[in-house]
Design a protein around this ligand. Sequence first.
Ligand SMILES: CC(=O)SCCNC(=O)CCNC(=O)[C@H](O)C(C)(C)COP(=O)(O)OP(=O)(O)OC[C@H]1O[C@@H](n2cnc3c(N)ncnc32)[C@H](O)[C@@H]1OP(=O)(O)O
Ligand SMILES: N[C@@H](CCO)C(=O)O
Length: 359
Amino acid sequence: MSLVFSYKEDFTLESGKVVQGFHLAYTTWGHLNSARDNVIWVFHALTANSNPAEWWPGIVGPNAFLNPEQYFIVCVNMPSSCYGSISPLSTNPQTGEPYYHQFPMFTTRDMVRSYQLLQQHLGIEKVYLGIGGSMGGQQLLEWAIEDPALFENIVPIATNAFHSSWGIAFNTSQRQCIEADPTWKQQHATAGIEGMKVARSVALLSYRHYDTYQQSQAGYTPETAHLPVDEQVARAETYQQYQGEKLARRFNAFSYYFLSKAMDTHNVGRGRQSAQKALQSITARTLVIGISSDLLFPPSEQAFIAQHIPGAQLSVIDSFYGHDGFLLEYDTIIKLLTGFLDISSQHKQLSTQQVLINQ
Ligand SMILES: CC(=O)SCCNC(=O)CCNC(=O)[C@H](O)C(C)(C)COP(=O)(O)OP(=O)(O)OC[C@H]1O[C@@H](n2cnc3c(N)ncnc32)[C@H](O)[C@@H]1OP(=O)(O)O
Ligand SMILES: N[C@@H](CCO)C(=O)O
């Protein structure tokens, strides 16, 4: 069910800026059981939406591993995204016009603080499993630190505790692409869209891997393969162009810009002594998953997370997809989740038995 949560009060962001209310588009699927202990909270990454069945169909959906028959599944469209939550395209109550460039950036911590208000609204006191990849994993870690008692299990995938200099450099280059678009300073919803196409093609270089391109984009497009060498067009060339066009059909340059800024500021250690200390405060059972060929969030970042969360397990999936493997390696992720959650439910039964025996 697609829903919208509206918060009417002032909401103060980490930056000190105040938004006069906000709204969150979210999806719920299934029913909260009487024990209120079947909640799965899924966090989406940069350009996805609040419907995980669309972008994680192997993992979430009817008859899938995370299914609405068994669980109450919640996913929120992150603030700044153009899929229904407060964003640069929303009306600024102070001017009556869209925010556009004046949008107050939501950090990953601000996002989580907005989700906490939705959590209260939904009457959720416990989350059985929090799961998310990339920027979704960043929010999950923030929340597991903000409110350690909330999560029973967490599975952060292909993510980090603070965004790396390498990641910030990639994001900066992408914002430079948008800034170089002559329409970017204009006040309309499609400003910067040509720049965003180039930004996406730069981003693809960090989401894929040398081997992904070698295996899926070798050679020349069939239409030009017979032409003289100076007229041939490489598959990798049209692929890069196509990916930019494809995103421009469904996304917005303002959202892209502010989300990439938010990712850059992600640091669970901010105001908490250090990232290590912050991670140490997590009490949820934790499985951290990495992708062996991830150039953007390399496995060393997941090793760092697992090293500092008490009792955390680490699994690295051997994949040639690169960072986007977290969206594509369904079968392996499900295998890992099965092992991890089986043990969790055994623990749950055990602790219930212990409670009964103690009584
Ligand atoms: C509201 C929503 O739609 S949200 C749901 C969609 N988006 C998201 O969820 C965001 C997360 N998902 C993603 O980032 C991506 O979908 C991924 C990573 C899961 C998969 O990426 P894809 O782009 O689908 O796969 P891949 O990299 O193999 O590219 C396939 C596409 O490129 C095209 N393509 C492949 N090679 C070439 C080439 N040489 N030249 C031109 N086009 C090419 C294919 O025809 C295909 O096009 P299509 O998507 O229009 O069918
Ligand atoms: N490919 C992902 C971003 C990588 O985290 C997306 O478009 O959301």
